[in-house]
Design a protein around this ligand. Sequence first.
Ligand SMILES: Nc1ncnc2c1ncn2[C@@H]1O[C@H](COP(=O)(O)OP(=O)(O)OP(=O)(O)O)[C@@H](O)[C@H]1O
Ligand SMILES: [Mg+2]
Length: 400
Amino acid sequence: MTNYQIPTVIIDTEPQSIELLNSYLKEQDYIEIIGEFSDIVASYNAILEHRPAIVIIDISKKSDLALDIIGKISLNHKTCKIIVTSSNYSTETIIKAMRAGAREFWPKPFIKEDIVNSLEKLKHYVGGNNLDNKKCRIITTFSNKGGIGKTALATNLALELANMTKEKVALIDLNLQLGDITTFLDINPSFDISYVIQNLSRIDETFLLSTLEKYKDSNLYILADPPYLEQGEDITAEQISKLFDVLKQAFSYIVVDASASFDGKTITALDNSDLILLVTIVNLPAIRNCQRCLELFERLGYEREKTKIILNRFMENDEIKVEDVEDVLSKKIYWKIPNNYFTIMSAINKGIPVGVINPDSNIAQSYRELAAMLSDNIYKQDFGKKIARKPLFNFTGLFK
Ligand SMILES: Nc1ncnc2c1ncn2[C@@H]1O[C@H](COP(=O)(O)OP(=O)(O)OP(=O)(O)O)[C@@H](O)[C@H]1O
Ligand SMILES: [Mg+2]
């Protein structure tokens, strides 16, 4: 991208925010600001006409209107990358923005360093560069204990990621003997993992998208376990590795439901993962097993940050406290999923994800927020971090 400058539009009802962003963005030689608007409606017409590659839009005020416009931009100018800014950075706001089609979120007051990092990341996806630099994140749910909630997590997380990011997400069942994903989602796929693996050499994106089972009208694509036990045995660790390589070309996220064993195929999946969600519940055998997994991951040379502990079936008044679990594991709990047997069982028995059957339940909310946390689209930063406001500038004009 030597001489290419990314056409960018800024929309904010506060002139001083526009000025501040302008001063940061002007220092990035790959950015060209082609418009600044304080009027959200007027900005939309200009965006449709001039097709900027990046739109930075504030939703602190008139947020419903701003979100509506974001939805329209993502529909009518699909390649545009939308960055949302807001002084309200509750999880709910961030999720709303992402659902509307936002790609990044910059909390106010702005932190220059974060903005520059975010733009650096984004620039690889614009200016015709998006296919070459396609980035994919592999997230594996794991526990060496059965029945702990891996499949519930993988399934619900994958669907939330697909709905939230609007990017393509693959959900792979690596329980090659008796996987559960098809039951959890009540689907009957025409093809399964052994078919795809037999055809690895002729696979391209079109093949994958037509072979993996698309879940209803979502962006979630499922690769199910094989119907016959012996087909699972025939699959090798090397083939699993190759499978990831091809899936990475077509998907933004791959969520893997790994089996509860430490066989070569599971280790291959763990090796290939960017993130391992190590699931446990608050009871001593489970925590002890979790500790063993962490020890093994250390021996395998995984970076500590690669593994995140997910505490499933969490109850406030549990006899064993979260701090006790963290002490035993010498690691922070990354996320707690509430215990809600009734909702999850009703979802599993009907084959409907909890986010669909009961979107307001605490467990659906927990999966959704976890998806938001793990999504690449949100620019991660320490929300507690504050900077002193820069001096305000005079706003010189609406249009350039
Ligand atoms: N947050 C939760 N609250 C209450 N019950 C839960 C929760 N998560 C999972 N369960 C229960 O745990 C059971 C096992 O969940 P799941 O099938 O996801 O576990 P798993 O680790 O994938 O098991 P396996 O090792 O057999 O594949 C579910 O049927 C459900 O009853
Ligand atoms: Mg399972």
